[in-house]
Design a protein around this ligand. Structure first.
Ligand code: MN
Length: 325
């Protein structure tokens, strides 16, 4: 078994009255959720999701974990249907779970929304999750720079959340645990206040994961604390050594749900992780673009969405014209 040590902390911050973030940490199960919605909806949504994930006893596949996320999504929707004052509540979720009942030791990650998972290896720190957010789409489409995104007034708008629709798009990864690696799960209350470099410095300077978690929260509050801040730091103390050297980003497999057309990051990830022949690579690319074409919701970039809407209006107009003639 992979031995892990961890520290977790959540804080209301310096501006907000309530903490709508949720957090759970136990040996092998780590969850951060960032709730949204008025009339205490945000707290309830994140609490439902954290509570569902806290029930995890064993996970033997990525699919199994995704199914748990889907169940949590249904729980939030059901609760909102029972109580109309909670209508519109939702929550992000990122979770890191140590797989059990498998031969190979693996860590499983699932993500919906703009909470993040980072890994710090012996020589770099990487953000493994994509943000499902409006500004992330704008950066990807080249409308704004990553620096502009950090200060954008709509940087809190997420394009995916639990509690919105029956069908939920979930991104998932399978990772190889490596002794000495440190994982960070956090809500956007941390990343909107601190740069990656500032986060990395704290992670490098603090050995104890509990102290590291509390230093990160303190730093985010000192930088403004404009949002609820939640942090989980997980250290891999002892992982099974493998014959071949682990991938530099620790990613063994990626399973991303439908992405928009021309999503280079998703295409790259699929291509890299399949690592197989050119044939399977192009098959993946085909199915990816095909799904993108038929799934309207997967068109996350606003420019594309407006273009599609305009094209539809023109088409209807032309049909009407044809009918008149
Ligand atoms: Mn937040």
């Amino acid at each position: 078994m992979t031995a892990l040590a961890w520290g977790a902390l959540t804080d209301t911050g310096r501006i907000r009255d309530v903490n709508q973030d949720g957090v759970f940490s136990a040996d092998g199960v780590y969850v951060v959720a960032d709730g949204m919605g008025g009339h205490s909806g945000g707290e309830i949504a994140s609490a439902i999701v954290v509570g569902e994930m806290a029930k995890i006893k064993t996970v033997s596949s990525t699919d199994e974990l995704i199914e748990m996320v889907q169940r949590a999504n249904r729980e939030v929707l059901e609760r909102a249907r029972e109580d109309p004052s909670l209508y519109g509540m939702g929550t992000t979720m990122v979770a890191l779970v140590a797989m059990t009942d498998t031969d190979a030791e693996r860590l499983c990650v699932v993500n919906v929304g703009d909470s993040r998972l980072y890994v710090r290896t012996d020589n770099e720190m990487l953000q493994l999750t994509d943000d499902h957010s409006l500004v992330e789409g704008m950066v990807r489409d080249g409308w704004i720079s990553p620096e502009e995104a950090m200060a954008h007034p709509q940087r809190n708008v997420v394009t995916r959340a639990l509690g919105v629709e029956d069908e939920l798009l979930v991104d998932a990864w399978e990772l190889q645990p490596v002794t000495g690696d440190r994982y960070l799960l956090c809500s956007d209350g941390l990343t909107n206040e601190l740069s990656d470099a500032e986060i990395r410095e704290i992670l490098d300077d603090t050995d104890d994961p509990e102290e590291a978690a509390s230093s990160l929260v303190q730093a985010a509050c000192a930088a403004g604390g404009r949002d609820n801040v939640t942090v989980v730091v997980v250290d891999v103390l002892d992982a099974e050594a493998t014959e071949s050297s682990p991938p530099s980003d620790r990613v063994i497999a990626t399973r991303k749900d439908a992405h928009d057309i021309g999503d280079a990051a998703a295409v790259d990830a699929v291509a890299a992780d399949e690592g197989a022949s050119d044939e399977s690579e192009s098959l993946e690319l085909d199915s990816l673009s095909w799904r993108s074409f038929i799934d309207w919701r997967s068109i996350e970039g606003w420019p594309l969405k407006w273009f599609a809407a305009a094209a539809l209006i023109v088409l209807v107009f032309l049909l009407a014209l044809l009918a008149v003639l």
